[in-house]
Design a protein around this ligand. Sequence first.
Ligand code: G6P
Ligand code: MG
Length: 220
Amino acid sequence: MLKAVIFDLDGVITDTAHLHFLAWRSVAQEMGITFDEAFNEQLKGISRMDSLLRILRHGGKEGMFSDKQCLALASKKNERYVQSLASLTQQSVLPGIGKVLAEIRAANVKIGLASVSLNAPKILHALGIHQAFDYCVDASRIVCSKPDPEIFLTACAGLHVHPEQAIGIEDAVAGVEAINAAGMLSVGIGADLKHAGLQLHSTRELTWKCLTDFWASRSE
Ligand code: G6P
Ligand code: MG
């Protein structure tokens, strides 16, 4: 029986994935590193410091900065990212998300959040939907980033459900891998997520009917 649905935040609940991209791109440009949205796909679901290390490797500058300099670069990116969050309002919740959260709640199924972002609580408040979640896990509560299953397993434990009783929803390759590794059913939003149990093009398609049909098809 389906007992919980656990959501990623960036790129699933709201389009902060694009804001992360813009902030990283401006910091990278100042170091003479350029990257496009295609490379940015590899940063989705990846922690702040791991994202910086991937960008430095991409620009051929791996190992050229001290730990202190890396921390300063990550802080600079976060300052710019947090500034851009000021644009978030209740209208920034992606299409279909408000409705599906209400439908899941009405069905008495628990709702969790599994986001690697340390800014997750701030974002949920800015969107006005923090009360929709029964349990939230952010990077401060885990040791291993996605694709490790830790964040989804921690969310299941916090919701008091077994992973086999839960669906996870993600827009990142690493995120879908984490859900699968946790032993949950995975829903991928967007392109190139063929390893998801169910792949949807957009959050508009994410309805309670779609989730229950998917669940029924896997439990036959
Ligand atoms: C999410 C995003 C990543 C981001 C990470 C950390 O997983 O998909 O792009 O790097 O959160 O976010 P933070 O807000 O803590 O820098
Ligand atoms: Mg995401």
